[in-house]
Design a protein around this ligand. Structure first.
Ligand code: IVH
Length: 687
């Protein structure tokens, strides 16, 4: 971190000379430039938007009062930060501006007052729409074809993300023209984002793979789109809402609402349910209150409401002030951040033995929810942010996203704070804890016998994708463990009916059903059994790869790292994890006991029967015979690949009723489209 104050405390009322103003402006500029860099270049901000805006506002006020202190490189003179040069830059057809933020109703009323005065009307018609919290993007269509996509960058030039943008399924490569013809050139802007649930799942996977988690969905979306390799972007769950047609030479629309109504006709996604036309500012304020109340229930993050003058001719009248248009304002919601102190740091032991540090916080209310814990992710994160027990910290809670510590506030320290290190021994079973060299991963080596892992491992073992033991969910698993009936997974197969009948919520039939399910699970597919074992870094796909390439359990248990890595798609860390798992005596004993109970494995992925080898499929719409998951498993079992987005690599798109964009994508890539009957015919022909 450079030697700048991240939040210079400046009392504007105390500034009464040009010199003092120049000095304060320089401090603000330096801090703002630093935060811009963290936000735009590193995707890793350390202050909240509100704090940033406050500093920018102060600078703007100073520059207005003392125009001579303004410098050409002042952050008030441009829209954003420097684009990353690796991606290549493109010029925006028209500047991409930002929005002025308001945090209080009176600021919004002042905005309305200005609009009414300047437009000389009693009441202004506005639109009020969600302020999506993602990454601003601009797409250019020429003769209906997508020719360019860019980030905002500094507002005049942005980064070229055309290849990355094309991987988002919701982005049409060609505009639809059934209802409305495509103009020669259309420049549209919108927000690319990640849904909260997809963000949580994606982050979980990253942590499990030993990668750094993203702080929030916005950073995840930005990081995903600014990849140099589009195939990485293609794997990320990204979405887009369009919210603006850029001002062009000739105006095709009279109002902003008309422009938004036209976008879906071209196939461009608009958040129709939450865009409201408002008769006067009171309506817009009501919509703001309404959306704020719904904020937690929305599947994506929003951080305010954008209020725009609806009449586009009025935009010209109102014009632009410095970096922001005067015809719009972003009315932000109450911040989702708060400061509190860390009382202690504890560790959690996960299903696979992963050890995660968690901060126990002095409880604090953030956006109506009491927060008393925050994830610290890993030791590396704690070291990087220099987080200590006893520290005052800034905590953010975003929707259903797990609260996290944004940063420590070193100024608040009194010397009693203590640095933290993950313990050497598992707090639950006492086995050694191993920490990876980069300090991003810590594991308990207690294997399948650590009690902390048992509940999670048992639930995972019995899950639908695993051994599929119906009736053995998390509660039942806990009940069996707490009653002392199960100390390791193989004990499942020694359960007797009388044991179960002594437990609550078990009657004769339910006990028998569970025992039948458990017995039936012994006849199993090899890949499901492998998945059920919960080998760190091995998911369902990894398990299928092992089954396909190595054939049987003994070969897999005996495989060495080089052999595993030769499979492709299994990296060095995955290979190491597999070998370590099967080398652990406790794990071998559990597997031997399950085998002794009668485990019979069949391998549906044997390499010999691979009629679909080399073919890549994309499925869209509903199929009658299979669910999406089933048909994807079928294709993989027959040696093919099933992917989620259409590209030049795709051999067939299989479309059922309700198929959407992917059918169009197929046309754009010249990929043949099969219906379900044709797909079956292909299977028959090859099988
Ligand atoms: S309109 C002239 N509408 O907010 C500015 N922006 O500071 C035109 N944003 O990062 C922007 N939701 O990407 C507009 N419904 C919405 C928006 C929105 C989110 C973002 C935008 C930019 C920032 C503007």
């Amino acid at each position: 971190m450079p030697d700048v104050e991240t939040q210079p405390a400046i009392d504007l009322d105390a500034i009464d000379t040009e010199d003092a103003a120049a000095e304060a402006a320089a401090r603000l500029r330096e801090a703002l430039q630093y935060h811009n860099y963290r936000y735009y270049v590193l995707d890793d901000p350390v202050v909240s938007d509100a704090e940033y805006d406050r500093m920018l506002d102060q600078l703007q006020t100073l520059e207005e009062a003392y125009p001579d202190v303004r410098t050409p490189d002042s952050p008030t003179q441009r829209v954003g930060g420097a684009p990353r040069d690796e991606l290549g830059t493109v010029r925006h057809p028209a500047p991409m501006r930002s929005l002025k933020s308001a945090y209080a109703e009176e600021d919004v009323r002042a905005f309305d007052e200005t609009c009414r005065t300047e437009l000389d009307v009693e009441r202004v018609e506005y639109t009020a729409e969600p302020k999506f919290d993602g990454l601003a993007v601009e797409l250019v269509y020429e003769d209906g074809q997508l020719v360019q996509a860019a980030t905002r960058g500094d507002g005049r030039t942005g980064e070229d993300i055309t290849a990355n943008m094309k991987t988002i399924e919701e982005v049409p490569l060609r505009l639809r023209t059934e209802k409305r013809s495509a103009p020669e050139r259309l420049v549209v802007r919108g927000e690319a984002y990640m849904r909260k649930d997809e963000f949580n799942a994606f982050n979980r996977e990253r942590v499990e793979a030993g990668e750094d988690p993203f702080a929030n969905p916005r950073n995840a979306a930005a990081g995903s789109l600014r990849q140099l390799d589009p195939s990485v972007t293609a794997e990320r769950p990204l979405h887009i809402y369009f919210y603006e047609v850029a001002p062009g030479e000739d105006r095709d629309f009279d109002t902003h609402a008309d422009a938004l109504a036209a976008l879906p006709e071209w196939g461009l996604r608009v958040c129709e349910t939450h865009v409201h036309r408002c008769d006067g500012i009171d309506d817009a304020l009501a919509h703001h209150a309404d959306l704020e109340a719904q904020r937690d229930d929305l599947p994506y993050e929003i951080d305010g409401v954008v209020i725009k003058v609806n009449d586009l001719a009025a935009h010209d009248t109102l014009g632009v002030r410095q970096r922001d248009p005067r015809w719009a304002i972003a009315y932000k919601f109450a911040p989702r951040q708060a400061t509190t102190t860390i009382d202690d740091i504890i560790v959690q032991v996960g299903r696979t033995g992963r050890i995660t540090p968690v901060a126990k916080l002095e409880p604090v209310e953030i956006g109506g929810v009491e927060v008393s814990r925050a994830s610290l992710h890993n030791q590396n994160e704690i070291d990087q942010k220099d987080i200590r027990i006893g520290d005052t910290v800034l905590v953010e809670r975003a929707g259903d996203v797990i609260p996290y510590v944004v940063k420590a506030i070193p100024d608040a320290r009194d010397g009693s704070e203590a640095a933290y290190h993950i313990p050497d021994a598992c707090p639950v079973c006492g086995a050694e804890v191993v920490l990876s060299d980069d300090k991003k991963q810590a594991f308990c080596t207690g294997g399948m016998t650590c009690p902390a892992q048992l509940r999670g491992r048992l639930t995972h073992y019995a899950s639908r994708e695993g051994m599929n033991i119906e009736g053995l969910g998390e509660k039942r698993a806990a009940q069996l463990i707490d009653a002392g009936l199960i100390e390791c997974i193989s004990d499942l197969y020694a359960l007797e009916k009388d044991d179960l009948l002594e437990l609550e919520r078990f009657a004769d039939t339910s006990a028998q059903n569970l025992l039948d399910e458990i017995a039936a699970s012994l006849e199993q597919d090899l890949d499901r059994f492998l998945y059920a074992l919960g080998i760190p870094l091995v998911g369902a796909h990894g398990a299928r790869l092992l089954a396909t390439h190595l054939g049987d359990l003994d070969a897999i248990m005996a495989a060495r790292e080089e052999e595993l890595q030769a499979i492709g798609d299994i990296g060095p860390e995955g290979a190491h994890s597999i070998v370590a798992f099967f080398d652990e005596p406790a794990n071998r004993e559990v597997i031997a006991a399950i085998r002794a109970a009668g485990l019979t494995l069949t391998n549906p992925y044997r390499e010999s029967e691979q009629p679909l080898e080399g073919l890549t499929f994309v499925f869209t719409g509903q199929l009658e015979e299979w669910t999406r998951d089933e048909v994807q498993r079928l294709v993989e079992r027959l040696g093919g690949r099933a992917t989620s987005s259409v590209s030049g690599e795709t051999d067939y798109v299989v479309a059922g009723p309700g198929a959407g964009q992917k059918r169009d994508d197929a046309a754009a890539h010249d990929v043949p489209v099969l219906d379900e009957a044709a797909f079956k015919a292909l299977l028959d022909e090859r099988g």
